[in-house]
Design a protein around this ligand. Structure first.
Ligand code: ATP
Length: 350
């Protein structure tokens, strides 16, 4: 398995820049997830690594070897996407061994290898079935077994679980994650599903409009977004802007004690679960519930506070109704903030 380095990669389609100057390193045996909304350039970048798309600028290295001019079949970077492309007329064993047969491997060696992969991917008992005789999750596992058979330098997965139902999807996420760790495979996976990315990755690359906005461990990208764009992407919907004067953070919602430098302009960010509402008291900011949405295990509220609409989500079934006046409290001490004048600066907590 290889480490991968991307150096200033750029790509445009018909003059439309979809990948901007991307630098990224994936360590040997690491699982990196490219996470971003539809159209952010995830597949283009993955296909660039696989050799299916030619980048306009920049270079890709496997270990320290530049592979820009290495053709797809010699890169040994195998791509598994939603289409799977299993051969319908072949048994699962034949599907798994196909790449080895094409490489001229001896039948006995192929059989041994396929047997091992069948066991590893927990497909025992299904060897002689054809793809239309197995479940979606099993088909996924066959596609992964077939990819692993040729011992790729890197395994590339493009939204591999998106066609599976939620239960199967969770099972496959765990299965692939465990397998990746067990075998030490270098893996890059594309998804737009935040939970999938956070639960599987060693590192998450947040890709927005063709730019890597943040590349870090799952807890860092979720808890300490590097920019407002990343915060937006992770659903941090409450933004409170203000400035520091006389030891206070002055905002539309009131003045809050702070130890920030005088004169700074800041935007504080709170997730819907990070603001607290209570029955009307004198301790906090008053707001009026505008909307309440019942979601079974949780309730969401929209609260109007001095012209701002705040979003709150709670697991507790407190009986607030539209029209109720409530007190809203914010934990500024642990909240993420950005300096407003240069919002891409590294964030911090109070
Ligand atoms: N072959 C192509 N020709 C022209 N434009 C393309 C081509 N492939 C992708 N694009 C455009 O490039 C942009 C990035 O597409 P890409 O498929 O890489 O995004 P993505 O993040 O993988 O999206 P999704 O999650 O929807 O698959 C999109 O605007 C897309 O329309």
């Amino acid at each position: 398995m290889s480490k991968i380095k991307m150096n200033r990669l750029s790509k445009a389609y018909d003059g439309n820049q979809v990948i901007h100057n991307i630098d990224m390193e994936v360590g040997e045996g690491e699982l990196v997830v490219l996470l971003g909304p539809s159209g952010s350039g995830k597949t283009t970048l993955l296909h660039g690594i696989a050799g299916l798309v030619h980048m306009d600028q920049g270079s890709i290295y496997f270990d320290d070897e530049c592979i820009d001019h290495v053709p797809i079949e010699k890169r040994n970077a195998v791509l598994v996407d939603q289409s799977l492309l299993l051969f319908p007329h072949m048994t699962l064993s034949q599907n798994i061994g196909f790449g080895l047969k094409m490489r001229g491997m001896h039948k006995k060696l192929i059989d041994e290898k396929v047997k091992k992969l069948i066991a590893l991917l927990e497909l025992g008992g299904h060897e002689n079935k054809r793809p239309n005789e197995i479940s979606g999750g099993q088909m996924q596992r066959v596609a992964i077994a077939r990819a692993l058979a040729i011992e790729p330098r890197v395994l590339l997965l493009d939204e591999p679980f998106s066609k599976l139902d939620i239960v199967l999807r969770k099972n496959m996420q765990k299965f692939v994650r465990d397998l990746q760790k067990k075998l030490g495979i270098t893996m890059i996976m594309v998804t737009h599903d935040k939970e999938e990315a956070l639960s599987m990755a060693d590192k998450v690359a947040v890709l927005l409009d063709g730019t890597i906005q943040q590349f870090d461990t799952p807890d860092k990208v979720y808890e300490k977004p590097a920019s407002r764009a990343v915060a937006d992407f992770f659903g941090m919907r409450n933004y409170i802007e203000g400035y520091v004067e006389d030891g206070l953070f002055i905002t539309k919602l009131g003045a809050f004690r702070t130890h920030h430098e005088e004169g700074l302009k800041l935007t504080y960010v709170f997730r819907p679960e990070e603001i607290h509402i209570n029955h009307e008291t004198f301790e906090g900011t008053l707001g009026v519930i505008q909307n309440r949405t019942y979601l079974g295990d949780k309730i969401t509220y929209e609260i109007e506070c001095k012209d701002l609409i705040l979003h709150h989500i709670t697991l507790q079934h407190k009986a607030f109704q539209p029209g109720d006046t409530v007190t809203v409290n914010f934990d500024f001490k642990n909240a993420v903030y950005f300096e407003t004048a240069s919002e891409n600066k590294e964030n911090a907590t109070c």
